[in-house]
Design a protein around this ligand. Structure first.
Ligand code: SF4
Length: 183
């Protein structure tokens, strides 16, 4: 059973009260999960094996697919960022992710027991990640990003009319996306 209209209105009020307006309700069946995303994590990303909420600390691609199949409603939230210095990104992401985890909690308390958030970037809560779920400093708050759950973010957000493109320089505008799995 999906979230009814009244519940959706309640959740929209929560989103607005917390300052979120740039988001869309989506059908999770349209989330694209792909093996190539995991390959990019394994080869080419410096956080592979170093992020407590990154692969290989996340489920297999097949398990990620199963996870998304268990939902009928979700929300994609859009964030824009432009950094003068690439090293500022960590603090920017940590601040947004800290707020997002509070949103997940509010949605859970509104009666959505399956509420599960995928951060808009790597966890970023600590300056130095322990790289292991068992030694994570904030295990109750750390969540994976959509990419860490093998989501092809480019194809998925494009299906819903959100902007996204490959950046060719680190001072260009970033479009980042958090996914809130609701029910
Ligand atoms: S909370 Fe800290 S240790 Fe845990 S995954 Fe996030 S950055 Fe790593």
């Amino acid at each position: 059973m999906s979230v009814d209209v009244k519940k959706k209105e309640t959740l929209d009020s929560i989103f607005h009260a917390q300052g979120y307006t740039d988001y869309k309700w989506i059908d999770p069946a349209k989330i694209v999960v792909a093996q190539w995303v995991r390959m990019k994590c394994m080869f080419g990303c410096g956080e592979y094996g170093r992020g407590g909420a990154c692969p290989p600390n996340t489920p297999s691609v097949a398990e990620c697919e199963r996870f998304f199949n268990e939902y009928t409603q979700a929300v994609i939230l859009h964030f824009e960022g432009k950094m003068d210095q690439p090293e500022h990104r960590h603090a920017w992401s940590a601040k947004i992710n800290t707020r997002l985890i509070k949103l997940e909690r509010e949605v859970f308390l509104a009666g959505c027991e399956r509420a599960f958030l995928l951060f808009m970037d790597s966890c970023c809560f600590c300056k130095e990640c322990t790289g292991d779920r068992r030694t994570c400093t904030t295990p109750r708050m750390a969540r994976p990003s959509p990419e860490a759950m093998a989501v092809d973010v480019y194809s998925t957000v494009g299906r819903f009319g959100f902007p996204i493109s490959v950046r060719t320089a680190c001072d260009q505008k970033m479009d980042r996306y958090a996914f809130l799995m609701v029910h």
